[in-house]
Ligand binder design. Structure first.
Ligand code: XMP
Length: 507
C-alpha cells in the first residue's frame, strides 16, 4: 500500500503502540508505525497519532518531536498519554512530573458529546497508565473531557490537535474504539485498509526481499508458520519448509501437520530429531535455558538439512517481539525468550538474513490473512501452540516419560473440548504437568504420582488472557478419564489464573 492519506502512528515506546495500529486497521484504515525521529519521512499522512511511552517529558533524554514538521502536515493529530503531554508542552503549556502512578480503570466524562466524544456515554470507563499530568494549559487549549475529580483527561488545541490521557487502544477503555473512530472522522479521504491488498503487498515484499536467494522456513503446523509458508509458496520463491519433530509435539500432531500441508499443496520436509533434543535438554530445568537450547537447536537442524540456506523465514508475530524484547533496541521489558528470538536469530537478523513478514500482526489478523489465502478453516482455527512445544508445559527437567504423560492428558482434555463444542469457544487450551509427586489411593493401593494442570483461556491477542469458566460437568468428565486412564497422574487441577500476572504457558 502506498503511504498516502494513511494514519501515521509515531511510537514513543508504549507496550501498546502496535495495538493503536491494529485498532486503526480494525476501523478500516491503513496505518503505519514510525519512530518520532523520522517525523519528516512519513509520506503524506491523512492523520497522525502520537503514542504513549514509558518516559517522563521532564527526563533530560525524553523522546522529542520536531513540532514544526508535525504541524506542517496540516492534518488532524491525536496525542495519547505521553503524546498528549508532549503536545501540551509544544503549545506552550506545562506538564508536572510525579512519582505516583495512576494505573488501571478510571471514569472519563466528556464535556460535550461532540467531536472526539460524539456518541460516548457521560461516564465512560477508560484505562490509565501514567505518572506525569498536564498542569498548565496554553491559550489555545480547551478541556474536552475530565475525570471524576474534574481533572482534564482530554484536551483540544486549536481545531485539529487533540490529546487524551487514557489509552483508547486497550479493551479496558470501553469506548476507546469509538473515540479513535471519531478522531479519524476528523480526517478526510483516509486510505482504506484491505486484507487482499495487504496480502498482495506482503507477497510482493517477500519477492523483493528474497530475490533468488534460498529460504528456509521453519514450520510447526501452527497458524503463523502455516500462513507464512503459504505466503512464500504463493510468492514462488526458492523455499524449503522444514517441520522439526523435536519430540515435544502433542499426540498425533506430526501426522496431522504433514497431512494439512499435503491438503494445501505446500511441500514440507519433516525431520525427526527427538533424540537430539532430549540429549540437549537432559538435566536442564531452567525455563530460559530450556527455551534457548530449543531455539538454537532449531537453527542447527535447519542448517543441517538445508546446507546453503541464505535466509531464515519465521512466523514471528508482534506479541512474540514485544515479550522477548531485549534491552538494546526495545523499550519494553523481557518476559521470556520466544524460540524465534534467541541470540543467534538476532545475529542473523543483524546480517539481514531473517524474513518476518508477519511481525507487525496479531494472531487474529494472521488468521484473516490465512483466510484470504484460501487456507481451510480447521487449519486456521487450531489453537496456538508454542514453538518450544510441551517443554514449556513441563516445568523443570524434561524426560520422555513426562512428555508421554502430558500427551495423554492433553489428548483427553482437547477431545472433550471438541466433543462438547468448547474447542472453538476457547482461544487456547492444554494439559501440562506439575512434576511434584503427591500421595493418593488408586485401586486400594497407595499411589505417589504427579499432577496435571488443565488450562483453557480466552484472549484477544495473547498479551492478556482470562481463564474460561468451563462447565463443571466437563471438568469432572476430563478429570475422571485422566485419573482412570493415565498412569503417572493422581491429581487434576484447573488453572484459574489470569494473564497478567500469570502467563498462558507455565514457562
Ligand atoms: P505466554 O505464555 O507468554 O504465551 O502467555 C503467549 C502466547 O505465545 C505462545 N508462546 C510461544 N509461541 N514460541 C511461540 O511460537 C514461543 O517461544 C512461545 N512462548 C509462548 C503461547 O502458547 C501463547 O499462545
Amino acid at each position: 500500500m502506498e503511504e498516502i492519506n494513511h494514519v501515521a502512528v509515531l511510537d514513543f515506546g508504549s507496550q501498546y503502540t502496535q495495538l493503536i495500529v491494529r485498532r486503526v486497521r480494525e476501523l478500516g484504515f491503513f496505518a503505519k508505525l514510525y519512530s518520532p525521529e523520522n517525523v519528516a519521512d512519513i509520506g503524506q499522512p491523512g492523520a497522525i497519532i502520537l503514542s504513549g511511552g514509558p518516559r517522563s517529558t521532564s527526563d533530560p533524554d525524553a523522546p522529542d518531536i520536531d513540532f514544526e514538521t508535525l504541524q506542517g502536515y496540516g492534518v488532524p493529530v491525536l496525542g495519547v498519554c505521553y503524546g498528549m503531554q508532549i503536545l501540551n508542552i509544544k503549545f506552550g503549556g506545562a506538564v508536572k512530573a510525579s512519582d505516583r502512578r495512576e494505573y488501571g480503570p478510571a471514569t472519563m466524562h466528556p464535556v460535550a458529546h461532540e467531536g472526539l466524544y460524539e456518541g460516548v456515554t457521560a461516564a465512560s470507563q477508560v484505562w490509565m497508565s501514567h505518572s506525569d499530568t498536564v498542569s498548565e494549559l496554553p491559550e489555545n487549549a480547551k478541556v474536552i473531557a475530565t475525570n471524576s475529580h474534574g481533572t482534564p483527561v482530554s484536551i483540544q488545541w486549536g481545531d485539529r490537535f487533540y490529546g487524551i490521557q487514557f489509552h483508547p487502544e486497550v479493551t479496558h477503555s470501553h469506548e476507546g474504539n469509538r473515540v479513535l473512530g471519531n478522531f479519524l472522522m476528523q480526517a478526510s479521504n483516509l486510505q482504506k485498509f484491505s486484507i487482499d491488498e495487504f496480502r498482495r503487498e506482503i507477497i510482493s515484499g517477500i519477492r523483493e526481499k528474497v530475490g533468488d536467494r534460498q529460504v528456509v522456513c521453519g514450520v510447526s503446523g501452527g497458524v503463523d508458520s502455516t500462513v507464512l509458508a503459504v505466503l512464500l509458496h504463493e510468492a514462488g520463491v526458492n523455499m524449503r519448509a522444514i517441520f522439526v519433530d523435536h519430540g515435544l509435539l502433542r499426540k498425533g500432531e506430526a501426522e496431522e501437520v504433514v497431512n494439512n500441508f499435503h491438503r494445501m499443496g505446500v511441500p514440507i520436509e519433516k525431520v525427526d530429531v527427538t533424540e537430539r533434543y532430549m540429549t540437549a535438554l537432559a538435566g536442564e530445568g531452567d525455563p530460559e535455558k530450556k527455551r534457548i537450547i530449543i531455539g538454537n537447536l532449531f537453527l542447527d537442524v535447519f542448517w543441517d538439512v538445508v546446507g546453503n540456506a541464505e535466509l531464515l523465514a519465521q512466523g514471528t508475530l508482534y506479541p512474540d517481539v514485544i515479550e522477548s524484547a531485549s534491552n538494546d533496541n526495545s523499550k519494553a521489558s523481557k518476559i521470556k525468550t520466544h524460540h524465534n528470538r534467541v541470540d543467534r536469530v538476532i545475529e542473523l537478523q543483524a546480517q539481514g538474513k531473517v524474513l518476518e513478514p508477519l511481525a507487525e500482526l496479531f494472531k487474529d489478523e494472521v488468521r484473516e490473512l490465512g483466510h484470504s489465502l484460501g487456507i481451510a478453516k480447521d487449519i486456521l482455527d487450531r489453537h496456538p501452540f508454542p514453538g518450544p512445544g510441551l517443554a514449556v508445559r513441563c516445568p523443570g527437567e524434561i524426560t520422555l516419560e513426562r512428555l508421554d504423560v502430558i500427551r495423554e492428558c492433553d489428548a483427553i482434555f482437547i477431545n472433550a473440548l471438541k466433543e462438547h463444542g468448547w474447542y472453538d469457544k476457547v482461544w487456547q487450551a492444554y494439559a501440562g504437568l506439575i512434576p511434584v509427586k503427591t500421595v493418593g489411593v488408586k485401586g486400594d493401593e497407595r499411589s505417589y504420582e504427579w499432577a496435571t494442570n488443565l488450562r483453557a483461556v480466552v484472549s484477544e491477542d495473547a498479551m492478556t488472557a482470562d481463564w474460561v469458566e468451563l462447565p463443571t460437568s466437563l471438568l469432572r468428565e476430563v478429570s475422571n478419564k485422566i485419573l482412570n486412564e493415565v498412569s503417572g497422574i493422581n491429581r487434576v487441577l484447573y488453572d484459574i489464573s489470569t494473564k497478567p500476572p500469570a502467563s498462558i504457558e507455565w514457562e
